[in-house]
Design a binder for this molecule. Structure first.
Ligand code: 6PG
Length: 258
């Protein structure tokens, strides 16, 4: 990912007045994406984000809503995972299972989690790459295509578990790699930019004043991807949709409050 390329892609920011409004907007947006993908292709694949922000959105998706989501046609994967067991408080899978997956009729074999319980992050990443390649069955030489990748962003500009200055920023060959976070749990597994950017749609969700600086840097042309990895999210489909609350958007030049 060159820095110029990171400047060139199309992006839009939808700014909600507060966290609650952001949850409502994000829930509606994700619901629509899932339903449209199922209508277009008979099934849909979503990669879920971890962390705290998306939990309320997952809880919203678990509720009955319109249009209804046919969970029997949904496949769920994860953008990244901490190297902890699935029932650990820090598990991204554990959070998504409690907030959403245990509350909707999605077939268990359609939930593809990263095996955070493995002791070796490289082995966990290689295993996950094989699971995704086998399940999504991309054309030879092509990347697996998710209908929707949902991402968060850290105060340091990381996304998934692609952290500033780490080798994961430069990964161009593998679907998933081991990563190192500056905060516990340090050992991670993350999808890589080629997979994130092969998605039909990418949504980046952020809430809170602590994200404002990273988001402003992400929107500033010329900011090196290595210093602000979320800038490396540049889907071939062209569009990144940032769903922000006003606090997270506070340092953007012209936030348009929704
Ligand atoms: C993780 C996430 C990570 C997260 C950001 C924001 O495993 O932590 O995938 O990329 O999206 O760190 O996290 P919060 O939503 O908790 O602020």
């Amino acid at each position: 990912m060159t820095d110029d390329a990171a400047d060139a892609h199309e992006r839009r920011a939808v700014v909600a007045s507060d966290g609650q409004a952001l949850t409502a907007i994000a829930g509606t947006h994700v619901r629509r994406r899932l339903v449209d993908a199922i209508a277009a292709r008979g099934a849909c694949w979503i990669a879920l984000a971890g962390g705290r922000t998306p939990k309320a959105v997952y809880e919203r998706l678990a509720e009955a809503g319109t249009p209804a989501i046919d969970w029997a046609r949904v496949h769920v994967a994860f953008g990244d995972e901490r190297l902890v067991p699935p029932d650990h408080a820090d598990s991204n899978y554990g959070m998504a299972r409690a907030a959403l997956l245990a509350r909707v009729p999605i077939p268990a074999h359609q939930v593809h989690r990263i095996e955070g319980e493995r002791l070796d992050a490289d082995a966990a990443a290689a295993a996950y790459s094989a699971v995704l390649a086998g399940a999504l069955r991309p054309e030879p030489g092509a990347w697996p295509v998710f209908d929707l990748v949902l991402l968060g962003v850290g105060a340091d500009g990381h996304t998934a578990s692609i952290f500033p200055g780490t080798a994961a920023v430069r990964e161009t060959r593998r679907l998933a790699v081991a990563g190192d976070a500056p905060t516990a749990p340090e050992r991670r597994v993350t999808l890589t930019f080629p997979v994130l950017n092969a998605a039909r749609a990418v949504v980046i969700l952020a809430s809170g004043a602590d994200k404002a600086s990273a988001i402003a840097r992400a929107f500033t042309d010329g900011t090196p991807v290595a210093e602000c990895p979320v800038r490396g999210v540049r889907p071939a489909s062209g569009m990144v949709t940032w769903l922000l609350d006003a606090a997270a958007a506070a340092d953007l030049p012209t936030p348009a409050i929704e």
